[in-house]
Design a protein around this ligand. Structure first.
Ligand SMILES: [Zn+2]
Length: 305
């Protein structure tokens, strides 16, 4: 696949304040479906990793549960976090059952996550928004996160299903496709990231926080059909392995991609549109970040037992 080149003007995080990064495009186009849009061309390689409940205080120092000797005080103001908004205005990812772009879902949720993190004292939280199409807007995400020297990278997406499952319906006079077959969130990590164990640690922590709030994960990415067949690393918390995801493998920090839910599912689209669900997911991200920042690493617990 060939991706058109794109030029960017990058504003400094300081000049944009809490909004972090904006990138302005000069070319357009290409629509690719959701996480598949993030897959790069070369094939994969290989490698290899539990959770607890989050705590939140208004203190500048968070102390984590003491049953893990690796636990250390978390200083949110010293922790640098990137919240990546999946896709762009020009290549907006999946289309919901009611014709809303994935990008708009991603942007709103990422902003809610950023707000929750900043309210909790994570003042070095940066939203990454790119513009344009193709490979360039993908590589720029990791480049921005790397230049910010972030400690953790979370890419925010909303999910689709394979086209074989699409059905047709009309909504408000418009013709759209949908599939109510699957629902739920998914988490992805790449073992080609420099920190595969830490990436899996954060994915497990986040998956545990989402499930503890009543959310279910979707197993459709492990189906044995073209386009799926992802290895399910954690069948309790919905963590998949996807080595080729560009944003995960090129980021020089632990990195996780969150599919917050399936927007081609007509009922789940409405849930994902709600402020309640966005706040729930934001709270889960904050709780998982508190634990990760505090050294609560599921992989270290496993090694001890
Ligand atoms: Zn996506």
């Amino acid at each position: 696949m060939h991706f058109p080149s794109t030029r960017y003007r990058i504003a400094s995080p300081e000049s944009l304040g809490s909004r972090g990064l904006m990138e302005i495009p000069t070319k357009r186009f290409l629509l690719v479906i959701c996480a598949l849009a993030l897959a790069s061309l070369p094939p994969s390689s290989s490698h290899n990793a539990e959770a607890g409940s989050g705590i939140r205080t208004d203190s500048s120092v968070l102390h984590q549960p003491s049953n893990d000797q690796a636990t250390k005080p978390c200083v949110p103001d010293d922790f640098r976090m990137a919240v990546d908004v999946g896709h762009t205005i020009e290549a907006s990812g999946a289309l919901s059952a009611r014709g809303v772009t994935e990008y708009s879902f991603n942007l709103k949720l990422a902003q809610r996550i950023e707000e929750a993190l900043r309210r909790a004292g994570y003042m070095h939280t940066y939203i990454i928004v790119t513009r344009g199409t193709g490979r360039a807007q993908l590589t720029q995400r990791s480049a921005r996160a790397n230049s910010l020297k972030t400690d953790l990278f979370l890419s925010v997406h909303h999910d689709d299903v394979q086209p074989i499952y699409y059905e047709k319906w009309t909504h408000n006079g418009g013709a759209y496709h949908f599939s109510d077959r699957f629902s739920g969130y998914s988490l992805f990590v790449s073992y080609r990231n420099q920190f595969p164990t830490e990436s899996l640690d954060f994915a497990k922590l986040l998956g545990a926080e989402l499930t503890s709030r009543g959310m279910k994960f979707s197993s459709h990415h492990s189906e044995s059909i073209p386009g799926e067949r992802r290895q399910l690393l954690d069948p309790e918390r919905g963590v998949y392995r996807y080595d080729q995801l560009t944003v995960l493998k090129n980021t020089k920090a632990p990195a996780v991609l969150l599919e917050a839910g399936i927007i081609v599912n007509r009922e789940e689209e409405l849930v994902l549109s709600s402020s309640d669900r966005q706040q729930l997911i934001s709270a889960a991200v904050l709780a998982a970040t508190n634990q990760f920042c505090g050294g609560n690493r599921p992989s270290q617990k496993l090694q001890k037992h």
